[in-house]
Design a protein around this ligand. Structure first.
Ligand SMILES: C[S@@+](CC[C@H](N)C(=O)[O-])C[C@H]1O[C@@H](n2cnc3c(N)ncnc32)[C@H](O)[C@@H]1O
Ligand SMILES: [Zn+2]
Length: 626
């Protein structure tokens, strides 16, 4: 009862807190799904646009300059420009800048673009002509996708085991089709494919809809097999005729995602191995065709075609799969922040996904027109003062020529510790877009930590803090005095949380009074596998920091011991008093813990951090989220 009161009065304080511009600092809203510009291309962990729209509104005024040093999928950039701000967006990731550039792009000639789309679709159609149907009765039904499964050699009897959904006993265990095989009598009730040799794949079904709109599943028979064989021969012939080299880009072995996803063990050595041969060849031919249009159309139209292409490779690779309860049984993909390869997957028809991708680009263009979205990109901060309103920088803000005290607000969403390996995951697109990227991704500077620590170049929480620090220090210097840095963050791992706060306080920021808010996530996005998998709470905390001249450090810690004792007592007090609302609990804990964390991060800097992170790792949050 008593703590309910505390929470209510706490909420009241928040509502009445006013920011620099006279508007409330933040009022949690119902997070809305992405608008069309965000849908032209996938990016990992995009935040809700209307949350950032409000942050832009409440922390800056018309004509002011906003910096987002981790601009990712472009929410701050897009919502900032949409509301008449000048925005500087930085990101190490070439995919990020490629995507954001196209979200804000003004198409030169829509007619030319639509025409180029038509030509591309016609060409794509010609690559399927005669090979993209199966027959049922008298009807020819277009193949929307085929279900395909990996095949392994049984560890016990050496016969083939098809890793189909049908043969699955439970997660990681499949039954051997050989009735006499002793594996079926074993304690596990089957064979573990991870212990077996992978020997190939097998097509199982073709799927389409008949003229009455009914879903038809047809067994992949001899006729289908022959048809696919002929199709492949035709595609190989086209590749040869056009002198296209099938690239082989190795997936690095010393990647966090390699350890987590075991790609090499599954025989996936190159990024190209993430496609069936059919889809790989069609993608290569399609890309080659689009590249041949380059000289005939303008640069902006060309890049929009390329973004439409780039977005389809995420749909037509072997990471897509069906699940009766998801997406009404249609193929889905990239449902985790991982290179997650299902044992039974889909070979998706590329015509369908390209058509949808084209529609997304056109919807974005229409949306931008409707809202009179005016963008003018410049390359130098100087030019931003006069003519332009967007500067996109494909490097760390540290390398940007950005004068001190020149930025009015920093609005950002920093990387989340070890939750998302942005560069490793985005590298999937590298083979498809390399001619458009202007820089090589700089893995070294990326602010992440790795889950696995035992490989060459693995990053610790400490590296995460250091890389964040570099960015926040430069951002701090660039910010005008008494202005704000607002950011969203959430993490189940307390050491990631502290690393972030340490790096911010070390850079010189202080937390605004009552400067923590909780913003719930988008309902529809809550049930995605990765949020469940990572155990992260839904939604985000919003932190409001300030570049303030009168810094108050209330206490100076002389050893780690006393810091640890203080933090401990704070957390244990809250654990006992508030136990039914974890989000408010965490908010409260952090509000109270902030002075402790702030003074610790300033007095201790780097010393003792390794030990601290190691100790903190699992102590507090894990059991909270059980
Ligand atoms: C959480 S994401 C931003 C997402 C974005 N707010 C959105 O809604 O799409 C963090 C971004 O930081 C980038 N990043 C990581 N370390 C960086 C660094 N040192 N400098 C610049 N960008 C970095 C990653 O590539 C990633 O795009
Ligand atoms: Zn067997």
């Amino acid at each position: 009862m008593t703590h309910m009161k505390t929470l209510q009065s706490h909420k009241k304080t928040i509502a009445s807190t006013v920011g620099l511009t006279g508007k409330p600092r933040y009022n949690p809203v119902k997070a809305e799904p992405h608008t069309p510009p965000y849908k032209i291309h996938k990016y990992f962990a995009r935040r809700p646009w209307n949350v950032f729209n409000q942050l832009v509104n409440n922390f800056s005024t018309q004509g002011e300059t906003i910096l987002d040093p981790f601009c990712g999928g472009g929410v701050t950039v897009y919502e900032g420009v949409k509301q008449g701000r000048k925005v500087i967006g930085c990101d190490l990731n070439p995919l990020s800048i490629f995507v954001v550039k196209n979200m804000v792009k003004r198409v030169g000639d829509l007619e030319v673009l639509l025409n180029a789309f038509d030509l591309t679709e016609e060409y794509l159609k010609s690559l399927y002509e005669g090979f993209d149907f199966f027959t049922q009765g008298k009807e020819n039904i277009k193949i929307e996708w085929s279900e395909v499964a990996f095949v392994v050699e049984c560890l016990y009897c050496k016969k083939e085991i098809i890793l189909s959904n049908e043969n699955k006993v439970k997660n990681g265990v499949y039954k051997c089709c050989n009735a006499k095989c002793e594996s079926n009598k074993s304690a596990k009730g089957g064979v573990e494919p991870r212990l077996c040799k992978r020997i190939g794949t097998k097509h199982l079904y073709n799927i389409g809809h008949n003229s009455k709109g009914k879903k038809v599943v047809s067994i992949f028979d001899k006729t289908s097999e022959n048809q696919t064989k002929k199709h492949l021969e035709f595609l190989r012939g086209e590749i040869k005729r056009k002198k296209i080299k099938v690239p082989q880009d190795k997936i690095p072995l010393n990647w966090d995602r390699q350890f987590e996803d075991q790609l090499a063990k599954k025989g996936i050595l190159n990024f190209q191995d993430l496609f069936t041969e059919q889809n790989l060849l069609i993608n290569l031919l399609l890309l080659n065709f689009i590249q041949s249009l380059k000289e005939k159309i303008g640069q902006s139209e060309y890049e929009l075609l390329r973004i439409a292409f780039s977005n389809i490779v995420k749909d037509n690779n072997i990471m897509s799969f069906t699940n009766d309860t998801w997406q009404s049984g249609k193929p889905t993909t990239w449902s985790k922040h991982a290179y997650w390869i299902p044992s039974q997957f889909c070979e998706v028809n590329i015509e369908d996904v390209f058509r949808k991708s084209k529609q997304r680009v056109i919807s974005a263009i229409n949306f931008n027109r409707e809202f009179d979205f005016v963008s003018k990109e410049v390359n130098k901060t100087k030019d931003l003062e006069k003519e332009g309103n967007i500067l996109l920088w494909n490097k760390s803000v540290v390398d940007l020529d950005l004068p001190n005290n020149s930025v009015d607000a920093i609005i950002t969403d920093p990387p989340y510790g070890s939750n998302v390996q942005y560069l490793e995951l985005s590298h999937f697109w590298y083979p498809w877009n390399r001619d458009l990227y202007h820089v090589e991704p700089d893995f070294k500077l990326e602010a992440v930590s790795n889950r696995k620590k035992n490989f060459d170049g693995a990053k610790s929480m400490h590296d995460y803090e250091e890389n964040l620090y570099k960015v926040f220090k430069k951002s701090y210097d660039a910010l005008k005095p008494d202005r704000h840095m607002v950011l969203t963050f959430n993490n189940k791992n307390i050491s990631a949380w502290l690393a972030l706060l340490f790096s911010i306080f070390r850079a010189g920021f202080t937390l605004e009074k009552d400067g923590i808010y909780f913003q719930d996530g988008v309902k529809n996005y809550k049930q995605t596998a990765h949020t469940k998998y990572e155990g992260s709470p839904y939604g985000d905390y919003i932190y409001v920091f300030k570049k303030t001249s009168n810094k108050l450090v209330t206490k100076t810690y002389t050893n780690q011991e006393s810091f640890w004792t203080d933090l401990n007592s704070l957390f244990t007090t809250h654990f006992q008093t508030l136990d039914n609302n974890r989000d408010d609990l965490i908010k409260k804990m952090f509000l109270d813990a902030i002075p402790v964390i702030e003074s610790f991060s300033k007095t201790f800097l780097l010393k003792n951090k390794h030990e601290l992170y190691a100790t903190l790792k699992k102590d507090y949050f894990d059991h909270l989220y059980d």
